[in-house]
Design a protein around this ligand. Structure first.
Ligand code: DHB
Ligand code: MG
Length: 235
């Protein structure tokens, strides 16, 4: 049987397998333990009809641990959605730590702010609305203190631009995490998703060639299908 190749007009879909989802749920309950504030954030996104594309709980906990392990005090997030990953990362910040997250849609930003407040983190988290490229340029011209940790999880077309900004707004030693680095294998078969694959592949090429980046990519499976994340350090 010929391999199924969706047409360009067909929406791209991540395809989780049942066993991956069962293991993810087991790990979430046994190891990860998302608290009530995090559970509220996911529920609010569902209630508002937002796409269910937030990071999985085990990935969110990894972000929190990476924030803690890197000793980050200034965190930048590109792509807020309902604030689930922002809450995880903010939970890893020390006293006086701050997280700034960029969201394109006003409606999403309002939901995220409510979730951040319900999680008791409003003193630590700022949601900025608008195209992230505008917010990032503004942060640069404002001379914002350099960021210690950057999480990129927004429109995939701009992944390479966001990596450039992470370097400019970071410092040597800044940690960069980029979500959706495998995208159901589209990185080796762009015909799977002609819209998003080029931005993801371009970012991987930049991660592997930029003189100021040292990077790896870990593949993942679970409720969001076959995907992965890139972890990089700014030189
Ligand atoms: C989509 C976006 C994401 O950031 C993600 O983790 C999964 C899916 C999407 O746009 O479909
Ligand atoms: Mg993502």
């Amino acid at each position: 049987m010929p391999e199924h190749k969706p047409s360009e007009s067909e929406p791209f879909e991540h395809k989780p397998q049942r066993g991956w989802v069962a293991v993810e749920e087991f790990l979430t309950q046994t190891v990860v333990h998302p608290d009530a504030g995090l559970q509220r954030a996911v529920q609010s996104a569902t209630d508002a009809g937002m796409p269910p594309i937030e990071v999985t709980p085990n990935a969110g906990k990894l972000l929190k641990l990476l924030v803690q392990l890197s000793g980050a005090r200034r965190v930048l997030e590109i792509g807020t959605l309902a604030g689930f990953s922002a809450i995880w990362m903010a939970q890893g910040l020390p006293d006086g730590g701050r997280l700034l997250t960029c969201e394109f849609l006003t409606k999403h930003a309002e939901i995220a702010r409510a979730n951040v407040a319900a999680a008791g983190l409003e003193d630590k988290v700022e949601v900025r609305v608008g195209p992230a490229l505008d917010t990032l340029a503004a942060l640069y011209s404002e001379g914002h203190e350099s960021f210690d940790f950057v999480f990129i999880d927004a429109d995939k077309e701009n992944n390479s631009n966001y990596l450039d900004w992470a370097i400019r707004l970071g410092r040597p030693g800044t940690t960069v995490v980029l979500d959706n680095a495998v995208w159901e294998g589209a990185v080796v078969d762009p015909s799977i998703d002609r819209i998003n694959a080029p931005g993801i592949i371009g970012a991987l090429e930049l991660l592997g060639s930029h003189p100021q980046l040292d990077a790896t990519v870990i593949q993942t499976v679970g409720s969001k299908g076959w995907d992965g994340f890139a972890l990089a350090r700014v030189r």
